[in-house]
Design a protein around this ligand. Sequence first.
Ligand code: ADP
Length: 450
Amino acid sequence: MVLLLNTYPLLVSEDLVFHSKVSTMQSSVWVMVSALSGLEELTEENVADAMTVAEETGLSRILVTDENGRILYDSRETDGAVNGYVLYTEVVQALEGNDASCCSYENGAFRSRAASPVLYQNQIIGAVYAYEYDTEQAVLLEGFQSNLLRISLVVGILVIGLSVLLSHALTSRIGELLRAIVLVRDGAYDHRAAVRGKDEIAQLSQAFNSMTDRLEQTEELRRRFVSDASHELKTPLAAIRLLTDSILQTEHIDPGTAREFVADIGQEAERLARITEDLLRLTRLDSGLPAAQTPAEVEPVFAQVLRMMELVAREKRVELVCVRSEACQVLATDDQLYQVIYNLVDNGVKYTPSGGRVETALNAEKGRVILTVADNGIGIPEEDLPRVFERFYRVDKARSRAAGGTGLGLAIVRDTVRRQGGSVTVENRPGGGALFTVSWPEAREGGQKV
Ligand code: ADP
């Protein structure tokens, strides 16, 4: 690029000088030709007379020849060329009736030549040849050339210096980002890349940071889940060990107490089974099994859950009511629907004291299937509302355990419903108690959502 910037103006200016030289030479030759015009024949004498104009032109050499190329006049009479013959290309062309001119630049000088025929009544009677040797303009051109070279060098050095600086700044920022990526890859999830400016690298760092935020959250959730899960599994196991130790260490244990202890062991084992079952369910949801492609009728599953829970509710003296039940379909399996509805109704009954009431309803409206489970039980403190869907989150651990809860029921509900394209929300009712609402997109036969 710099080379092009350097040579192009030079070539252009050289070309311009050539053009101007050629045209001034040609006009000078024409002036001399017109001084000779009107002569019938060219002789040394009449040419010498007419060539007084030649002295004013300042040209290096002027030759006038007759029609055969014999020199009749030479402004540089030093070498006694008069009467000799010239065979310059331009003279030959002029004697053939053409104007000829050329200019060249050699060894720091412009050499320009021009020749034209001298006519008398359309007959070529001779030729005028002019030659100019010019070093003045050549010196100017050389000065221009060396200045241009210096400027180009300075520009080149500046460009190279700037690009080195820029690329250094760029690579150091990319290097910084790379270091952050390596650190996070190796487990430093709290490390963040520095975000400077608004360019692509800054955007990349920002995207990387938000990805790391997600990673940190996921990692935190995973850690909490593993520690909660092991804690939940350890509690019934510890109880089982304690009970077996008591049986083994008590000599002459009476059969009644032994039965009681074994029954407790059975209960703890059942609890373990429930937790592992729920954990497996969540793992299956996490592993991203494909969502159901065929629609399932919700109403029969809803009715089945209510029939099941009716017995439990009656035993606890809780009134379980179905306010409305409409025929509708969602893209899900019967098992998944059962799990969602069962967990919600079971919670409603579980967290409502005797004498309370649980109202359920299933509606299809505006392309959505809405399931509501409302109770007038203990309700959920406002600050716990956003967290009840978290795995192992329980407002009152002791109460939940006593009621046989695992703390995973609502997490299963949320994850299942989400996989089916729906959502679940919870709020407290003005009169006390909780209201859970599940909303699914309604599906039609053939697997299409409405
Ligand atoms: P659990 O097995 O403990 O019931 P869930 O995930 O089903 O676990 O529920 C999480 C927590 O949310 C429960 O421990 C309980 O504190 C609260 N909860 C759920 N449903 C209700 C409800 N209907 N009324 C009051 N609290 C509820």
